[in-house]
Design a binder for this molecule. Structure first.
Ligand code: COA
Ligand code: MG
Length: 306
């Protein structure tokens, strides 16, 4: 009986809601119409882009969107951030200044290759927010070169502001001399696994690469599921049609939810008999499976109430 009580307690203690980052929608910042549209869509995160989707001559136009986006549109519970230009570009300082002054809670930093860049961003953020009533934003670092992948541990350890890490496959392929535009998922397996493992080691959310084939819904679904099986919690999306597919792929399936409920129930039952390992559907189940089931039920709850 005591054992069963403990089991109950450990399960309830673990129930928590966490911030979902299943779909992270990129919106070119110089396109006001798309920024407005993004506020009516249902991705978990929106990133207004000032970097590569905005041509040189339009950088100021993208900053105009930053100044108005949070006050003009309603974003409800969505996390809204900005992708600034990289720290070594002439746009970085002003992008960051406008993003912070406008109240964004998340800053995506592209092409991060070492911890010193993160420290520079952190220092600049401290200067911008010191003595002002401005929230200090969290960081999403983008690892998209061979160097970034090699130094991912040091990068992720360099600042407690880092809350998410994204794998930028296109730039990574360029840095590796991989030019096969239809490259299979397996080509990038090492880099992706490396980033996902490092992210979890530091309690950071790993977000998977974009999927460029806009009409290939099944390909997108499989790509998302394969990333999920590497440990990614979400995926970048670039078009409204990709949002639901990705949100679904990164939410527990009916099958997973049913499995999880049965495991928790069976664990309670077997606990009364003092058993820590038992047979269910001819498979051995023990504590680790109960922990997995709890995580699935937490994720289901968060997805249902998002
Ligand atoms: N965010 C918000 N709205 C978007 C959007 C996005 N990323 N992409 C498309 N839309 C909107 C369009 O404005 C259009 O709205 P409307 O029907 O109300 O007029 C609708 O969705 C359909 O768009 P569509 O005509 O199919 O898009 P397109 O063919 O003109 O453009 C892309 C395709 C890929 C160029 C475009 O989706 C895009 O720019 N995506 C973001 C790219 C990006 O940010 N890249 C950087 C990171 S990799
Ligand atoms: Mg890139």
């Amino acid at each position: 009986m005591a054992l069963s009580k403990n089991r109950n307690r450990s399960y309830r203690c673990l129930i928590h809601m966490y911030r979902l980052r299943r779909s992270v929608l990129f919106v070119p910042g110089n396109n006001q119409k798309m920024v407005e549209k993004a506020s009516r869509l249902r991705p978990d995160v929106v990133l207004i882009d000032c970097e590569d989707s905005v041509p040189e001559g339009e950088k100021e136009k993208a900053r105009e969107s930053l100044r108005s986006a949070l006050t003009t549109h309603t974003w409800s519970s969505r996390e809204v951030g900005v992708r600034v230009n990289a720290p070594d570009t002439p746009y970085f300082d002003e992008d960051l200044r406008v993003a912070v002054a406008s109240g964004f809670e998340l800053i995506a930093v592209p092409k991060v290759e070492g911890p010193e860049e993160v420290r520079l961003v952190e220092r600049t953020l401290n200067e911008l927010t010191r003595g002002k009533q401005l929230p200090s934003p969290k960081l999403l670092v983008m690892i998209e070169t061979a160097k970034g992948v090699t130094f991912v541990d040091q990068i992720l350890a360099s600042s407690s502001l880092i809350t998410a890490v994204e794998f930028g496959a296109e730039d990574f392929a360029l840095s590796m001399g991989i030019f096969d535009i239809d490259r299979p998922e397996t080509t990038l397996l090492y880099a992706k696994s490396r980033i996902a493992a490092a992210a979890h080691a530091f309690g950071i959310d790993p977000i998977d690469q974009v999927f460029l084939d806009l009409r290939n819904t099944e390909g997108l679904r499989l790509s998302a599921l394969s990333a999920k099986n590497l440990g990614f919690v979400g995926k970048l999306v670039i078009h409204p049609d990709q949002i639901d597919v990705v949100n679904r792929a990164f939410s527990p399936s009916e099958r997973e939810i049913n499995w999880a409920r049965r495991i928790v129930e069976a664990w309670e039952e077997h606990g009364k008999e003092g058993r820590g390992a038992f047979r269910l559907d001819d498979r051995m189940i023990d504590l680790v499976h109960v922990r997995m089931a709890e995580r699935i039920l937490d994720a289901e709850r968060s997805a249902r109430t998002s």
